[in-house]
Design a protein around this ligand. Structure first.
Ligand SMILES: Cc1cc2nc3c(=O)[nH]c(=O)nc-3n(C[C@H](O)[C@H](O)[C@H](O)COP(=O)(O)OP(=O)(O)OC[C@H]3O[C@@H](n4cnc5c(N)ncnc54)[C@H](O)[C@@H]3O)c2cc1C
Length: 349
């Protein structure tokens, strides 16, 4: 039965002509021809087994905080709304905690702390859902998801089979995982489990946190203190997507060899760079964009954030093509000056 763009089909609600503007933090306009909300593995299987929906190309949507929508979506959009948070196991050396993929990431981090299971505090205030966190191996302030990862459940979009995947299969890298490669568009992550080490060890070797320690004189901060600091630091640096549309860092920080870095330092001695444990060097993409004079510049209503050149923002009414024209112009000028090709961090749809 079809009613106001909403169809009931074997208990599954199929919505048609759905505006995705409220569902992406950049606030870009796009319409999904068909959208289905999935709240369990069984819901995903029902879609896979459906005579028409099963065959349709699909796009999996979480909180829409890492996507750039450049057009209407002919694909079936599966909006992941699997809920639930629980302690799975208490080991002598770790707490194993699980959350449904549709849970809000920051709320989950706050909940684990409130329960007395610290370990995710450095990842506070990252927008989006728990289910998307493994896709790009979210990271901030010295911690990445892979450092706290136990396993995840996913449903295969071709076979409808539920599988449990461990770290070796997920192939986590810097803002990268198997879900951006061979499993891209192939599976819906429905639950993620985290291993929170006991005893808890703070991760505070990051410049902004060292500054907080120096300012406050708190040399041994609690997990809650670190959580509060991270929230304050992020609020001061990044635009709140509820007020100014954005997708966080628009480009990945490029990783180069020490030789390449030396070559760039020869030409640009002030370039901000971080030596990595594996010997490679990470360059600050925001610094390079700023050095090319992009801060505050715009294409239509898409602009480079005045306070942080790594973030592109929606000044109101921006469309995806404006964002991508701006992004390409930035890539060209950074390449022209530094010989480095910047890679977008969000998924361009
Ligand atoms: C202000 C701001 C700050 C940010 N800061 C950081 C940061 O510090 N560190 C960082 O790493 N990221 C950061 N991000 C990026 C973003 O928050 C993360 O990438 C987040 O994990 C995206 O979650 P989401 O639910 O919004 O995913 P979406 O944007 O909905 O989707 C992103 C990708 O994941 C896929 N996906 C989503 N859910 C699932 C699922 N359940 N199963 C399979 N695939 C799925 C989608 O198909 C898409 O390819 C920031 C973004 C903003 C707006």
């Amino acid at each position: 039965m079809q009613q106001d763009g909403l169809e009931e089909n074997c208990g599954m609600q199929i919505e048609s002509g759905v505006s995705l503007k409220p569902y992406n933090t950049f606030g870009l306009p796009a319409v999904a021809r068909t959208l289905v909300r999935v709240t369990s593995d069984a819901d995903v299987r029902q879609v896979v087994d459906h005579p028409e929906l099963g065959r349709a190309p699909k796009f999996v949507l979480g909180g829409g905080s890492n996507i750039i929508l450049t057009r209407d979506m002919p694909q079936l959009v599966l909006k992941v709304e699997v809920r639930g948070m629980r302690l799975v196991q208490e080991r002598t050396n770790a707490w194993i905690v699980e959350a449904g993929a549709g849970e809000n990431w920051h709320d989950f981090v706050a909940w684990t702390l409130a329960q007395g299971w610290p370990g995710l505090e450095n990842l506070a205030l990252i927008p989006g859902t728990v289910g998307a966190a493994p896709v790009q191996n979210i990271g901030a302030y010295g911690v990445e998801l892979k450092d706290r990862f136990e396993s995840l459940d996913a449903v295969d979009l071709v076979t409808g089979r539920s599988v449990t995947l461990h770290e070796s299969i997920c192939a986590f890298g810097y803002r990268d995982s198997v879900f951006k490669h061979s499993l891209a568009g192939r599976s819906v992550i429905t639950r993620v489990r985290f291993r929170l080490p006991r005893p808890w060890q703070p991760v505070i070797g990051y410049l902004d946190l060292e500054r907080k320690i120096a300012e406050t004189g708190i040399a041994a901060p609690s997990a809650q203190q670190i959580f509060d600091w991270i929230c304050a630091i992020r609020r001061a640096k990044l635009p709140d997507p509820a007020l100014v549309g954005n997708a966080g860092s628009f480009f990945k920080n490029p990783v180069v060899t020490p030789e390449q870095c030396r070559d760039i330092i020869g030409r640009d001695p002030e370039i901000v760079h971080y030596p990595m444990p594996d010997g490679s060097v990470k360059l600050a993409a925001g610094w390079m964009i700023d050095a090319c004079g992009w801060k505050g510049k715009s294409v239509g209503q898409a602009a480079v954030y005045e306070k942080q050149a790594l973030v592109l923002v929606n000044r109101g009414g921006a469309i995806g093509s404006e964002v991508m024209t701006l992004a390409r112009a930035i890539q060209e000028s950074v390449y022209g000056r530094f010989g480095i090709r910047l890679e977008p961090e969000p998924v361009v749809v």
